[in-house]
Design a protein around this ligand. Structure first.
Ligand code: IMP
Ligand code: MG
Length: 173
């Protein structure tokens, strides 16, 4: 049987999400922002975070395929769902569930910078540092977790566990 151990409980998550929303609201005061939620994993985080932001805000969704197995992403990233909003000269915040090797956000941030945005910044619920392969600057970090395979609050293992309200490490046997 697989087992799971709690890492972040619901109260920790909701109070940190509120702080991130306040930080984003302060840093972008007087500006309009586009949140780009990276599907599928960031859907719950983005839904909570957007309600903690008090700015003129547009929200759109993107999806990437990064080839690999259920626990490891590869370096190859492909955009399989593009945003529908016009992002020309917009201030974009990419919303991710977790940054692991860094390949996905490094690729996405370069992609949107090159496609004419005014600015592109990164926000992730979890910065998992142990397996970083590409140096990335993450502007807004919910939690730093060094290691482990995490599930819940949007994070999956083979599409399971996204609906869990807290974050756990999954131990496979
Ligand atoms: P990166 O390109 O290695 O940074 O991979 C990021 C993507 O891999 C995330 O958006 C997740 O979908 C997935 N991922 C990496 N680590 C975990 C984890 O611990 N739990 C669930 N998904 C993960
Ligand atoms: Mg995933």
């Amino acid at each position: 049987m697989d087992s799971k151990t709690i890492v972040l409980d619901q109260e920790q998550i909701s109070s940190r999400v509120r702080e991130l929303g306040e930080q984003i609201t302060r840093e972008y005061a007087g500006r309009k922002v586009v949140m780009l939620c990276v599907l599928n994993g960031a859907f719950i985080f983005a839904a909570d975070l957007c309600r903690a932001i008090d700015l003129e805000l547009e929200i759109d969704f993107i999806r990437v395929a990064s080839y690999g197995d259920a626990m490891h992403s590869s370096g190859t990233v492909q955009l399989i769902k593009s945003p529908e909003l016009d992002l020309h000269r917009k201030d974009i915040i990419l919303i991710e569930d977790i940054v692991d090797t860094g390949h996905t956000v490094a690729w996405l941030s370069r992609h949107f910078q090159e496609s004419g945005a005014n600015s592109v910044r990164l926000c992730t619920l979890i910065d998992k540092t142990e397996r970083r392969e590409t140096a990335v600057t993450i502007d807004f970090v919910g939690f730093i977790v060094n290691k482990g395979f995490l599930i819940g609050y949007g994070l999956d293992y083979a599409e399971q566990y996204r609906h869990l309200p807290a974050v756990f490490t999954l131990e496979k046997d």
